[in-house]
Write a protein that binds this ligand. Sequence first.
Ligand code: DLL
Length: 442
Amino acid sequence: MMDEHWSDGDAPLHPASAPDFLPADQRRALQLHRLRSVVKRAYEHVDLFRARMKERGLEPDAVRTLDDLRHVPFTVKTDLRDTYPFGLFASPLSDIVRLHASSGTTGKPIVVAYTRRDMSVWTGVMARTFAACGVRAGDIVQNAYGYGLFTGGLGAHYGLEAIGATVIPISGGNSERQIMLMKDFGSTVICSTPSYFLHLIEQAAEMGVTLADLPLRAGIFGAEPWTEEMRQRIEANSGIRAYDIYGLSEIIGPGVASECSAQCGLHVFEDHFLPEIVDPETLEPLPDGETGELVLTTLSKEAMPMIRYRTRDITRLMPEPCACGRTIRRMVRVAARSDDMMIIRGVNVFPSQIEEALLRVEGTLPHYQIVLTREHDLDQMEVQVEVTPDVFSDQVKTMQNLRKKIEHTLASALGIRAKVSLVEPLSLQRSQGKAKRVLDKR
Ligand code: DLL
């Protein structure tokens, strides 16, 4: 019974959350049923997928069990670029009610499409996301994800309306106004990237506003990697609870996975998005609990089914039951992408390792930038980190000691030496959306 499930201990969950609690066998039966039909749909309507299946001598009927998915070809980001703009659509444009796009690092964006039914699935998984994070009717939600081609703003918007929350569609940017409205409207929840919220914490301080004194109680943060250390800094500096939500345009946008009140891993809405973890080198599926690349298959998408899409995001599935009672599996937070990995003098380093190490040192602020250069054919890494005003105004010796301490912490965490520069508070560039942590000048 739905009513037995409670969120945050004080309100019944929104009815949209029912699939979160399906018994595992029922969930698997539903997944298989949907998988077979989405494979058939993609085979019949998407030339690229049909050609790849034929190359392997596979017909859609070859998928008889969930496990059979391992024989089906992968889809990768370049497939979306190569078929730009509409080549992977499985619905005629007349059935498509929404397009979004995500700007890549180079050239053309990738384009994604939604039918009316896809929109209702998206709204549903976003409603489940917010319910899992304890957002409910009566909340006043400041939606500071960007509205527009980015999926964050509108994706969150529809989910919030569905659960009956009051949405403030403020979008990203204009930080002074964000703080003013947060105060005047009494926002109880904010949605943004974690890095933008850090910026809002500073903006509030500058305006003499103490966030902890406002009604704001939760932040629904995602769209970029962040660490547990970052969560602790955010929660301590704002008095709110910070939840992690995950998604990507190719699959639907936000709404693929979400934390719950336990704040320990993200529940994957696996009745709509089937997760696999593969070894990024061999591409062989790995068992639950092992770390590798997340591969997702959309089980119900009509306009643009994605079969075995390689996300490049590194995580692992957590099959253990969660304290919240949800039966859908969790994945650990995505701390790294395989293509974010920096190779510095032959050593593999992820930006998240640097963040984790930096924020363990007292006196640092959660604002940093990694600069890579090459001198005399040798890679050099400089980590610029802002430090608290008292450290910065203190004696040179205090600064030197802190710098050495950070260099030491980084060297033992990474296995290579990095040059550390302590910079003044507010001197590094702030982002309104996804933060750019790495400046590669090599
Ligand atoms: O960022 C969708 C989204 C919007 C998710 C709002 C959450 C909140 P894209 O712009 O296509 O879509 O970027 C997707 O961002 O493959 C991850 O590498 C990264 N990402 C998204 N959420 C998280 C997260 C949106 N919670 C890419 N932790 C993904 C780490 C994340 N990385």
